[in-house]
Ligand binder design. Structure first.
Ligand code: ME8
Length: 515
């Protein structure tokens, strides 16, 4: 079961446009998907949009649109943004698709038959923004404890899922499988939450119609969270194509923001247990990003969209910054100053200049042809050993996943290459006709070091990686490269043609306060 590497993002509500927060999760999932493809695994990377529920219905109503027309208008903003950011998702699920509705109905029917669903009266608070049911004891100053917005009193007949019956089992699973909920600090939050006692979960609504009808009682539509979680199995044909489903399920990683961990680490596992399905292997809750120190919100008018940053810094400038700047499990603060600083120092200078220096020298001294490597000296052996240690370390960092640490280590290697150029001073060797073989060797090692850098940055910055790979003289496309084999030192063929090309990351002007 599950031989395919399966990674997911939350499905995003279509009430609003994608922004740097939603892009952050999607980008992280993209790196994992690309990395595992690079390792030769078959990968299924899923993202999509959450289109039902009261919040989306309200957003549509405010614009005088039907919810379906609104969702049809908004979904392309997400697919378009993922294209802009070079996201390699294998599928994009929309919860208004029939394939999703059929599975959601089949699933709920199954739980009904097994006795885990019953009808009862619900009376309590509801936060439309978070689409969550709340107890009076949870409110803070009469408002939603998570988003601070006013809550509505709901009194209606609902179907309930016997969540309480599974509480002990879910808790045991979390305790016995430390990988299941990550990072550890969040795991403790989840276990304390369960230990406080779980009530059965209302899973249907009757006061509005924008949802999937319950097959056994169509006056009710499914509670949007119950329905949305099912996207992870509807997209891989649960119930429709058992062979496909079993080859992909369970998910290797559900990546989510910390505010929706409870749904993924408590309700979702209980739903899966009730249906007799295996649980996802790991759920990772990452931190939240603020903008220039403030919570990002429409009312503050400080929501940042990826497109404006991509216009300015390019897609790989964008990708690099978000993956390098933040520690995945912690909260972080986006600021234009740190973006500019990292761009100039780490991309324009450390990497961009290195590529340009090396290719210029190969052009000047060796007519743009990869020279013979010659016999390796001590310096080269160090570079070679460092690169193979880096390959192992990348594997550990991405298993965590710690994207920032992975990039920091790749950049240490780039620093080592820069030092190697400085210390071996090819420009001096070029002045001495008797040092021709030494010059060949040094230039070869620089090119080979860059080839390995391009391979290792490819999950993070696929466009830049492919450009460097071609420029150093690789004819075989980067797409066909595999880890660890392609990182073996010496695979760059002598005699192939290099290309100088334009600056990869043109330096940007800074104001005195930026540096
Ligand atoms: O919750 N910083 O959808 P959603 C970091 N439809 N990440 C952020 C962020 C921020 N400031 N803001 C949003 C939903 N995110 C449900 C999910 S899944 C079965 C259903 C990211 O549109 C983060 O991943 O509100 C968060 O979990 C997600 O966007 C919430 O997206």
């Amino acid at each position: 079961m599950g031989e395919v590497f399966y990674v997911t993002t939350p499905i995003y509500y279509v009430n609003d446009m994608p922004h740097i927060g939603t892009a952050y999760t999607t980008l992280a999932a993209d790196v994992l998907a690309r990395y595992h493809r690079l390792k030769g695994r078959e990968v299924f990377f899923l993202t999509g949009t959450d289109e039902h529920g009261q919040k989306v219905a309200q957003a549509a109503e405010e614009r005088g649109e039907s919810p379906q027309a609104w969702a049809d208008k908004m979904a392309p903003h997400f697919t378009g943004t993922w294209k802009l950011l070079n996201i390699s998702n294998d599928d994009f699920i929309r919860t208004t698709q029939e394939r999703h509705a059929l599975v959601a109905q089949l699933f709920i029917e199954k739980l009904k038959e097994s006795g885990d669903i019953y009808l009862d009266a619900y009376e309590g608070w509801y936060c439309i923004h978070d689409e969550s049911f709340l107890l009076s004891s949870q409110l803070v100053d009469g408002a939603c404890p998570d988003c601070g917005r006013p809550v509505d009193w709901v009194k209606e007949e609902n179907y309930f899922f016997r969540l309480s019956k599974y509480a002990g089992k879910v808790l045991r699973h979390i305790e016995e499988n430390p990988e299941f909920v990550q990072p550890e600090s969040r795991r403790n939050e989840v276990t304390s939450f369960i230990e406080l006692g779980l009530k059965d979960q209302s899973i249907s609504r009757t006061s509005f119609a924008w949802g999937i009808p319950l097959p056994f009682d169509p006056k009710h539509v499914m509670y949007v969270w119950f329905e949305a979680l099912l996207n992870y199995v509807s997209a891989i044909d649960y119930g429709a194509d058992p062979e496909r489903f079993e080859s992909i399920w369970p998910a290797d990683w559900h990546l989510v923001g910390k505010e929706i961990l409870r749904f993924h680490a408590v309700i979702w596992p209980a739903m899966l247990m009730a249906a007799g399905l295996p649980l996802p292997k790991r759920v990772f809750a990452h931190g939240w990003l603020t903008v220039e120190g403030e919570k990002m919100s429409k009312s503050l008018g400080n929501v940042v969209g990826p497109d404006e940053l991509v216009d300015e810094y390019g897609v790989d400038g964008y990708r690099y910054y978000f993956l390098r700047e933040f520690s995945f499990g912690s909260d972080g603060n986006f600021s234009r100053r740190t973006l500019l600083r990292r761009y100039n120092a780490e991309l324009a200078n450390d990497l961009g200049n290195l590529v340009s220096r090396v290719l210029t020298m190969v052009d000047r001294y060796r007519d743009g042809t990869v020279p013979e490597p010659g016999a390796p000296g001590e310096e080269e052996n160090v570079l070679r050993e460092k690169s193979s240690a880096l390959v192992d370390s990348l594997d550990r960092r991405l298993a965590a996943p710690a994207f920032n640490e992975a990039l920091a280590e790749i950049w240490e290697y780039i620093h080592a290459l820069n030092r190697y150029v400085d210390v071996s001073a090819p420009w001096s060797l070029a002045k001495d006709a008797s040092r021709g073989a030494d010059l060949d060797r040094v230039l070869y090692n620089c090119l080979e070091g860059l080839r390995i850098v391009s391979l290792l940055i490819s999950p993070f910055m696929p466009g830049t990686a492919a450009r460097i790979w071609e420029r150093v003289g690789m004819d075989e496309p980067l797409k066909g490269a595999r880890l660890p084999e392609s990182a073996a030192w010496g695979l760059l063929p002598a005699g192939s043609v290099t290309t100088r090309g334009e600056a990869l990351f043109p330096r940007k002007e800074t104001q005195p306060e930026d540096s």
